[in-house]
Design a protein around this ligand. Structure first.
Ligand code: CA
Length: 228
């Protein structure tokens, strides 16, 4: 009985750091629609009127330097040791912009460093200081007026970025070099509070897997159960 209790506790511990799902514009539902089960549903922060669902995707039209639209899932904690993958298909639309050099942020971030991918009209990358528009590392790619798929994987400390069908990453960065934002979230897409932008997102997928030590403990729990 004791090992059974231990097993139950360890299963809960593993579930705490695991989350995955997908959203497709072709579903005809906003990512935060109440028809979507909670385990797959996002929440809209900021001004929801900036988002509209069209045939090509979810269009963000953020014309303000004092407001934004952020569609995200928030967590109490995403352990920095957890591995994860996210993938987004999106395009940046030609539009008037202010001084910010990125259009939107997307992906997974924990409470130690911001791992959100910044997508600009002509580049993608990660932030390098507390100013969200200063690149640490970037890769030149024309994201404007054509859809591309951006896939980001975190394995241990390394974060790799792939565009479309790439088999080797165009960007690799050690998470320890990224700046902290103290944000535990999966962001489908965030426009900037201070910047203006217009972009479309047609698909988003995310997969946060339990941290390796939790998996090992879980395996130990199963072993204990089988020895009874
Ligand atoms: Ca804005």
């Amino acid at each position: 009985m004791r090992s059974l209790a231990m097993y139950a506790v360890l299963v809960c511990a593993a579930v705490a750091f695991a989350d995955s799902g997908s959203w497709y514009a072709s579903s005809g539902l906003m990512p935060y629609d109440s028809l979507i089960p909670e385990a797959q549903r996002f929440t809209a922060f900021g001004d929801p009127s900036y988002g509209t669902l069209g045939v090509d995707g979810l269009n963000y039209n953020d014309p303000s330097t004092t407001e934004n639209l952020s569609i995200r899932r928030e967590y109490t904690e995403i352990d920095p040791a957890a591995d994860w993958t996210y993938q987004v298909t999106a395009r940046v639309n030609s539009c008037e912009r202010d001084y910010l050099n990125y259009a939107f942020a997307t992906g997974v971030s924990n409470d130690t460093e911001s791992c959100l991918l910044m997508v600009a009209p002509d580049a993608i990358g990660f932030t390098g200081d507390t100013n969200g528009w200063t690149w640490l590392v970037s890769y030149s790619v024309d994201t404007t007026d054509a859809f591309h798929t951006f896939r980001v994987t975190k394995t241990a400390d390394m974060i790799d970025v792939f565009v479309d069908g790439m088999t080797s990453p165009c960007l690799s960065v050690d998470r320890n070099t990224l700046v902290g934002w103290t944000r535990n979230r999966v962001s489908l897409g965030d426009s900037s509070h201070n910047g203006m932008a217009n972009f479309d997102i047609s698909e988003f997928h995310w997969d946060i897997v339990p941290e390796p030590t939790t998996l090992m403990l879980l395996g130990f729990g199963v072993l204990m159960l089988r020895r009874r």
